[in-house]
Each structure stands twice: as C-alpha cells, then as structure tokens.
Ligand binder design. Structure first.
Ligand code: C2E
Ligand code: MG
Ligand code: MG
Ligand code: MG
Length: 285
C-alpha cells in the first residue's frame, strides 16, 4: 500500500513491496550516467551586501544539461538523487566542481569570494565526510575560510551525536556552516545552541511580498533579531523586488540573494556580472 506521495509525486511504497516504476528507473539510470559523464553543470548566484550591493559570495547550484530535455532544474532530480542514494556521488561531484571553480577564479580573476555549497543529509552522514572535504580542500589548494556549507534543518534532526561530531570536524578545518531555508523545518531552536552554526538563510517564502505581508515581515524580523543576538551572520534568499530589499535592509539584514541582484549564472558570466554591477554601483553614487 502506498504510504505517502514524495515531493516529486512518485509514490513511496512500504518496505518489502515491489516497486516498479519504469519512468522513475529510467530517470535514475540517466542521472547515474549524468554524474559519471559530463552532463552536470554548476551555476552560481551572487550573495550581496544589502547596503553597498557588493558581492560577498556565491551559492553553487547544480543543473543537469540533459541531452534531450535541455537544462533541468535541481528540483526535478535532487529528490530522486536523495531517495536513490545517488546524492552522495552527485554531491561529491558538486563539491569538487565548486572548489575547482573557486580555484579558477582565484588564479585568473583574483575574485576572493566565498562559495556556498548545498550538502544533503545523506552526504553529511556518509562515513568520513569531513576527511573527504579536507582532502578536496588540500587538492584544490583552497583557503577553507572561503567555503560555506549549507545544511537544512532536517539534517540536524536525526543522529544528533554523529552529525554534531561531523560538524565540529568541518568547523575545525576552517569551513563555515549555514542553515538553509531557515524557519521552514520542524526542528527546535535549541539546536542553534548545540550546533556550531555561523549563519542563517531566511527562507524565500518569508521574503516574498514582505512589504505588504505583515506575517512575513514579523517572521523575518524575528529571524534577524535571533541571528543578531546569537552573533550569527544572516542572508535573505529570494529577493526579487526593490521593495523586498528595502524592508530587509531596514531591519538590518546584512546580506541578500535573489533575482533582483542576479539569477544563478554560469561561472563565466559571474565575472561579467561583477564588472557590470560595479559600474552600476559607481553610477548610483
Ligand atoms: P536552495 O539551496 O534554497 O537554493 C535557492 C533556490 O532559490 C535556487 O533554486 C535559486 O535559483 C532560487 N532563487 C534564488 N533567487 C530567487 C528569487 O529571487 N526568486 C525565486 N523564485 N527563486 C530564487 P534552484 O537552483 O532551482 O535550486 C533548488 C534547490 O535544489 C536548492 O534550494 C537546493 O535545495 C537544491 N540544490 C541545488 N543545487 C544543489 C546541490 O548541489 N546539492 C544539493 N544537495 N541540493 C541542491
Ligand atoms: Mg542553498
Ligand atoms: Mg534555500
Ligand atoms: Mg514581490
């Protein structure tokens, strides 16, 4: 008997029940090939200082250049990757590709920006994740303080002792940690005391139409206050309009990310974007 419908609309079956879904199996096989082949690509979205609009970092966001379907959004394949375990090799690919790109930027463009990388629960819980991370940092000769890992609240809810240990190992490398989609999970706030977190990312659902949605305004304001009182950094996700930016800026949310500043861009375009946005910035003064 089907128990629940997954986020991707596929039914999940109770253990022991045969599952045969040809479309799903084909997708998994395609994804496996995509990871081994050359079909995944990273886009990067700027995170900016809300007051000066200067770039502070970029978030690495994976896409799949599917030979037939074109550029596929991660919302269509990350859930499948998570359920099939493919998220581990996929996540490792993302990590290496992001560090490789950071290295390129450091060498060619001298772009000293932080790169934020999304890490799934399964990936973090694989044995030796912190050691793997350390090896990649070494291999790509990256300054670890330029790396931030984004975790969702759900990562912090299970196997707390094991996760805590891994997070301390990651912090010991000099890498920082952010909570993604903050406020949308079901975990208690007490984890903010226990886990070595550096930053909260206000989920875009609270940013949407914030200038005329009092509940969103209240929640965002509370998150900013929480971050300030715990000395955590903060970034608001999904800022699309000047009005949204203005409200967040006035509540002293220091950083923002969203289509207003830039959509996720291929690596080459990040450098162009920087040039153009610097000029715009100069003109606005
Ligand atoms: P996320 O980590 O919360 O990433 C932010 C998402 O919001 C991105 O969607 C980004 O394109 C989108 N976004 C940014 N600014 C705006 C805006 O102003 N308006 C709107 N409507 N959307 C905006 P994307 O790239 O489709 O990624 C979706 C999710 O897929 C990510 O959410 C993340 O959970 C997951 N994901 C993406 N790349 C990776 C990855 O390499 N590893 C893992 N584990 N998950 C990933
Ligand atoms: Mg993220
Ligand atoms: Mg998010
Ligand atoms: Mg709006």
């Amino acid at each position: 008997e089907a128990k629940a419908r997954g986020r991707n609309g596929f039914r999940r079956y109770a253990a022991g029940t045969a599952m045969y879904n040809p479309a799903r199996i084909a997708l998994e096989n395609d994804l496996r090939k995509a990871i081994d082949g050359d079909e995944l690509v990273l886009f990067f979205q700027p995170q900016v200082d809300l007051v000066t609009q200067e770039i502070r970092g970029v978030e690495a966001l994976v896409r799949w250049r599917h030979p037939q379907r074109g550029l596929v959004s991660p919302i269509h394949f990350i859930p499948v990757a998570e359920e099939s375990g493919l998220i581990v090799p996929l996540g490792n690919w993302v990590l290496c590709a992001a560090l490789h790109q950071l290295r390129q930027w450091q060498m060619q463009e001298r772009l000293p920006v932080r790169v934020s990388i999304n890490i799934s629960a399964l990936q973090l819980r694989q044995g030796g994740f912190a050691r793997y991370l350390a090896e990649q940092i070494e291999a790509y000769a990256i300054d670890p303080c330029l790396i931030e890992l984004e975790l969702t609240e759900s990562v912090l809810m299970h196997n707390v002792e094991g996760v805590l240990q891994t997070l301390h190992e990651i912090k010991a490398l000099g890498v920082s940690l952010a909570i993604d989609d903050f406020g949308t999970g079901f975990s208690s706030l007490s984890y903010l005391r226990r886990f070595p977190i550096d930053r909260l990312k206000i989920d875009q659902s609270f940013v949407r139409d914030i200038e005329r949605t009092p509940t969103n305004e209240s929640i965002a304001r509370a998150i900013v206050a929480l971050a300030n009182s715990l000395s955590l950094d903060i970034v608001a996700e999904g800022i699309e309009t000047p009005a949204e930016k203005s409200v967040l800026e006035h509540m002293r949310c220091s950083e923002g990310q969203g289509y207003l500043f830039a959509k996720p861009l291929p690596a080459e375009e990040i450098v162009n974007w920087l040039g153009v946005s610097r000029k715009e910035l100069l003109l606005s003064y």
